[in-house]
Design a protein around this ligand. Structure first.
Ligand SMILES: [Zn+2]
Length: 262
């Protein structure tokens, strides 16, 4: 009986197989239909995207105006951190895609990434950052990518941490793990916008601390990731906590950096 049943199932599986095949053939036009019903639009100008555009249309992308070469963004990051915090060991290396501007397509895209929970956009910026690191000669012997943590309450308020999205895209390209439990944000800080450097530094003192209960300790070299570096106060504070956690070297990777006037 069981044998006969198995035989019947075998006979049934063949037409089922061809049904699956037909469904597969059907899936392609369905994809087109989904695109027609729910077209992908540019997060900045809302224009319908055409392949291979993702998240952003080519016109908005052109307006982003990246740094002229793979090393220039990192130099701008180091210049900014040094001008506010003096010559120190932090960061050991740096990378950035764009000079930050307070208006225009880049500003709108970064704002949407931060406040509209657009994980795919964050991951896309992260992949571009990863490619930039590769074309700048690679990150060297790196143990992990660490996103700048948000305070747990702010993470609930915003629904996600844009730095984690950027870190995931970078990690994908560089084939490195993302470690999110080495440091935590222990104080709820309001927006830093409009604060001077002294207030920012005061605001950030003791904001991050190493997580002692974390599952795996990291040492060696890590890449700390954030969306925008303005004065570096947040990243310098997070890097100090990473060093307290046992990390030797911290490199900085940010999508955009506010340039210091020379
Ligand atoms: Zn656009």
């Amino acid at each position: 009986m069981i044998e006969r049943l198995a035989h019947s199932f075998g006979a049934l599986s063949r037409p089922l197989g061809s049904l699956a095949q037909s469904l597969g053939t059907l899936a392609r036009p369905l994809e087109g239909l989904t695109h027609l019903l729910f077209p992908q639009v540019c997060v900045v100008c809302r224009k319908t995207l055409t392949a291979p555009e993702q998240q952003l249309c080519s016109a908005c992308l052109t307006d982003f105006a990246p740094f002229p070469n793979p090393l220039a963004g990192g130099q701008a990051v180091i210049r900014s951190v040094n001008s506010h915090f003096g010559l120190g060991a932090i960061p050991s290396a740096a990378w950035s895609l764009y000079p930050y501007r307070s208006n225009g397509a880049l500003h709108d895209a970064l704002h949407a990434m931060k406040y509209e929970g657009l994980f795919p956009l964050g991951r896309l910026f992260g992949r571009w950052l990863g490619e930039l690191v590769q074309s700048a000669g690679g990150a060297g012997e790196v143990e992990a990518i660490v996103p700048v943590p948000l305070h747990p309450l702010k993470r609930i308020e915003r629904s996600y941490n844009q730095s984690e999205a950027i870190a995931s895209g970078m990690a994908e390209v560089l084939d490195l793990p993302v470690v999110e439990d080495s440091i935590e944000r222990s104080a709820y800080t309001g927006s830093q916008t409009g604060l001077g450097i002294t207030e920012r530094r005061k605001n950030m003192a003791g904001v991050f601390r190493p997580v002692t209960r974390n599952s795996h300790r990291i040492s060696g070299r890590v890449v700390l990731v954030d969306d925008v570096l303005t004065t570096g106060a947040t990243m310098v504070a997070a890097a100090s906590a990473l060093k307290e956690a046992g990390v030797d070297e911290v490199a900085f990777a940010v999508v955009a950096v506010t340039e210091e006037k020379e």
